[in-house]
Write a protein that binds this ligand. Structure first.
Ligand code: SF4
Length: 347
């Protein structure tokens, strides 16, 4: 009797990990997926918040991929543990605050721990040699295998034929000849393979939904750390960085101004924790103050908030300010004009 071999697939929700899992499924291996939830890949949440994104799919990409493949998916929450990866990456950052090499090693380590606990045989990822400058260069891939302690139980089905044979190949659990030899940044080979497998509707871009690769998002995260005087964050912080306009008119406070009704509702959920403002005399946005604003600065915050409401052309707008202790006041202010809001205020 032959042993049914089992592989755990790291499922990001992108096309590459979907193809990698499919290649191995087609070889008769039992595959289950793990999705590592760092808090920075939350496309489903943000689509759900913004009114203008209502027409876009609100699906969780990893769950969708697992459903297409017909495999179980286990979501592993690593929000707390991941802080050490992001705050102190041994191998540094990519173009933005993406610590890709450390991150990959960490994720494969989590998959390896899961494999050990569940008595699976090997791990598969959708990595492609040469696709990403920081983490997927050929000479960098062994670092991931070593630091995760997955060693030769880590198989990259899309590029396997250009890499050293791993244990699943040497032991004959999988047929190396049926694995891929894709390299480089082009997506053509993956798209052709997706067509062959009959996959459509997969998420684009290939890089997935990690906000750490986004320059605007990274700038906001850096600003948050600067303002706090230390590099730390909580889950709520990283969610708030993705919502609203962020303006820092003074070093001691930042305004987060909702851009539409969906964001208004979302920010309202945080309003008890922040001094917040909304226009009382005209329809307008809710704005949160992150930091401490003096009385004069509250007036400035009110003028900025009024600028983004329907009273922006009015000579006076009433803005209600609610402090964290519940104390309320109404300020009558003249909205700032567009010219009075310098570009440098936008974080
Ligand atoms: S893009 Fe984001 S999730 Fe992917 S390896 Fe880099 S830091 Fe990690």
């Amino acid at each position: 009797m032959t042993t049914q071999r089992k592989a755990v697939a790291l499922i990001s929700g992108g096309l590459d990990s979907m193809l990698a899992a499919k290649i191995i499924l087609n070889q008769g291996i039992h595959v289950e997926g793990v999705n590592i939830f760092t808090g920075f890949c939350v496309a489903g949440h943000t689509h759900a918040i913004r009114a203008r994104d209502r027409n876009k799919s609100m699906r969780n990409h990893a769950l969708w991929v697992a459903d297409q493949l017909g495999i179980k998916l286990h979501i592993i929450d690593v929000i707390e543990e991941y802080k050490q990866v992001l705050l102190n990456p041994k191998h540094g950052y990519g173009a933005n605050l993406n610590p890709c090499l450390d991150c990959k090693g960490f994720m494969v380590r989590k998959a390896r721990e899961w494999m050990d606990q569940h008595r699976f045989d090997f791990i598969i990822t959708g990595e492609v040699v040469g696709q990403r400058p920081k983490s997927q260069l050929k000479h960098k891939l062994p670092i991931i295998a070593r630091e995760s302690e997955a060693f030769d139980r880590l198989l990259r089905p899309l590029s396997a034929q250009v890499l050293e044979p791993t244990l699943p190949e040497r032991a004959g659990w999988v047929d190396r000849e049926k694995l891929g030899r894709i390299t480089g940044r082009s997506r053509k080979a993956q798209m052709a393979m997706a067509d062959r497998f009959g996959f459509s509707g997969y998420s684009q871009p290939a890089g997935g939904c990690c906000f750490l690769t986004d320059s605007n998002y990274s700038a906001k995260l850096r600003d948050l750390w600067r303002m706090r005087g230390e590099r730390r964050y909580e889950f709520d912080d990283i969610m708030l960085l993705k919502v609203g306009r962020h303006l820092r008119p003074r070093p001691n406070f930042k305004l987060i101004v909702a851009r539409d009704a969906g964001e208004n509702r979302f920010l309202h959920g945080f309003s008890k924790r922040f001094t917040h403002l909304y226009t009382d005399s005209h329809p307008g946005p809710l704005a949160l103050i992150d930091g401490h604003a003096s009385r004069d600065e509250l007036e400035l915050a009110a003028r900025i908030t009024a600028r983004f409401g329907q009273g922006r052309a009015a000579s006076q707008v009433r803005v209600k300010v609610t402090q964290r202790d519940g104390h309320q006041q109404v300020l009558s202010v003249t909205p700032l004009s567009q010219d009075q809001i310098p570009k440098e205020w936008y974080v």
